[in-house]
Design a protein around this ligand. Structure first.
Ligand SMILES: *[C@@H]1O[C@H](CO)[C@@H](O)[C@H](O)[C@H]1NC(C)=O
Ligand SMILES: *[C@@H]1O[C@H](CO)[C@@H](O)[C@H](O)[C@H]1NC(C)=O
Length: 496
């Protein structure tokens, strides 16, 4: 029997195990058909030369073709960048505009965005962002969209004037999500604290990019995280806190987990690798220090935290299990573009509040954690797979096909070089495939990179032979309910 694709001679890693070196993986019709120690042959064969063979990366937090980032990535460039960084599945956001209560229409409009310019290079789903809940929408349109589009996750915000919800609205959504088996993702920062500081900063004309970090202190995330967890406990429903950036906020998650509440946490590369010093124009790897505005490249929310000790606090929670998923929060805007980061430079005067928030990172997510986590020995290869692929697949209802290597699963793989096979190199933005004119990780040293990215049996990225060689073959993924949280307690009858 011959296979479409056979991969062999590598170390097969799942969230649980590393299999012995000698296995062969046989793929037919995009599905893993066999994993065997007997030699098998295929129309195409990949010799992994002893490198790690992992399930394709699942990046469950990315912003693609969003209205607030007209100088960002579209599906073509964003998904190409994903593939070139070992990610085979991404979950971007479909955002409910204010006053649009037909959620099917909202999602259809996003399908249009995904299909433009030839479509996506990787598989994708959508999370829904609810910016204006009404009782009627939650009772009628919401269950319809969950059913029709199989969308099983919703993101809400405690901050940003455009999206921010009151605690009562959050409770209303948590209850609706519980009734529909939908996972809630929360951006937790106390918006009144931020507004209060912002007023003072603007009176004092402290508007340079660096003051962005001053305007959103750790206590704002700490308080809002604790509050969000409290609201989830009220309804007894699982919740994921997105892009967590500080140890004290993560301590609340750890406490809830210890008390057996299904609270999950996400962090991102920027909170492990970058400090707020980057928002100063004359710091770090910034090269030319003449550009007084370049700190704007590092404006994201929550902001980059101050010290190495802050970064270590997040690392500790990642290593010891508090953190469930590691995503990029890819939310890029070009720097040198009037609708990009430079939107905050008005007649030569900086206004950090007008700078579009967010950083590019879909392509660098896996290599950063692999080089600085796995190859340095801080985390095991299994832990890496759990955080970057298995857990996001389980949390977002994709675990029947994505997030692991097993017979019957989609043949999605990221294959790494054997250790020390490639020379250490410094990252340059021109190596990346996004449509953004900078990377916040410029100049960082990398000891490895995905060598092959395979999506449903198609070799889409071959770093040494053509780079991105796959087509725009990505499909929309219908998702099921999360399999990460256990059974819930019975619903409080007053909430029925
Ligand atoms: C939610 O999941 C439970 C348990 O699997 C199931 O009984 C219920 O019908 C589901 N509800 C909806 C609206 O899908
Ligand atoms: C994990 O690390 C965090 C941060 O240092 C700490 O607060 C927490 O108690 C640790 N948890 C366990 C189970 O070790």
């Amino acid at each position: 029997m011959s296979y479409d694709l056979v991969i062999y001679n590598g170390l097969v890693v799942t969230a649980a195990d590393i299999l012995p070196k000698s296995v062969y993986i046989g793929v037919n019709n995009g599905i893993i058909e066999t994993i065997t120690t007997a030699k098998i042959t295929g129309k195409k064969e990949i010799d992994a030369e002893g490198g790690y063979i992992m399930p394709g990366g699942v990046d469950s937090h990315v912003h693609i073709d969003q209205d607030n980032a007209p100088a960002g990535d579209n599906f073509e460039s964003g998904s190409k960048s994903a593939i070139a960084g070992g990610t085979t599945t991404m979950i971007p956001f479909a955002i409910q505009p204010k006053k649009e209560y037909d959620l099917i229409k909202v999602v259809e409009e996003y399908h249009g965005r995904a299909n433009k310019n030839g479509g996506s290079y990787c598989d994708y789903g959508f999370h829904l962002i609810i910016s204006e809940p009404t009782q009627e929408m939650l009772e009628i349109s919401f269950p319809e969209v969950v059913e029709k589009e199989s969308i099983t996750s919703v993101k809400v915000y405690t901050t940003y004037p455009r999206y921010k919800l009151s605690d009562e609205q959050l409770l209303q959504i948590l209850l609706t999500n519980r009734k529909n088996n939908v996972t809630t993702m929360v951006h937790a920062e106390n918006s009144d604290i931020i507004d209060f500081i912002n007023k003072r900063l603007s009176e004092k004309k402290l508007t340079q990019p660096f003051y962005h970090t001053v305007s959103r202190p750790q206590i704002a995330e700490d308080e809002a995280s604790y509050r969000a967890i409290s609201l989830a406990k009220m309804i007894d429903v699982p919740m994921l806190l997105v892009h967590m950036s500080c140890e004290s906020a993560l301590d609340h998650v750890k406490k809830a987990q210890t008390d057996l509440f299904p609270i999950f946490a996400e962090t991102c590369p920027q909170y492990l690798f970058l400090t707020g010093d980057n928002l100063k124009h004359d710091c770090c790897n910034h090269g030319n220090h003449d550009d007084k505005f370049q700190g704007a490249k590092y404006i994201c929310s929550p902001p980059l935290r101050s010290t190495q000790k802050d970064l270590e606090g997040v690392w500790k929670h990642l290593i010891n299990g508090t953190i469930t998923v590691f995503s990029s929060d890819h939310a890029p805007s070009k720097y040198d573009h009037p609708l990009g980061k430079k939107k905050g430079l008005i007649n030569g005067i900086p206004h950090f509040k007008d700078v579009p928030n967010g950083l590019p990172g879909i392509e660098t997510r896996l290599p950063l954690l692999f080089c600085y986590g796995v190859e340095t020995g801080r985390i095991t290869p299994q832990k890496f797979v759990e955080l970057t692929s298995t857990n996001p697949a389980k949390l977002y209802g994709l675990s029947e096909s994505k997030g692991s290597i097993g017979v019957g699963m989609d043949a999605d793989f990221t294959i790494w070089y054997p250790k020390n096979k490639i020379n250490k190199f410094e990252l340059k933005n021109e190596m990346l495939h996004h449509s953004i004119d900078y990377t916040p990780f410029e100049g960082m040293e990398f000891t490895n990179w995905p060598r092959y990215t395979i999506l449903r049996g198609n070799v889409c990225f071959d770093r040494d032979n053509g780079g991105v060689i796959g087509g725009q073959i990505g499909s929309y993924l219908k998702r099921k309910a999360s399999t990460l949280a256990g059974p819930m307690k019975p619903l409080n009858p007053i909430f029925e």
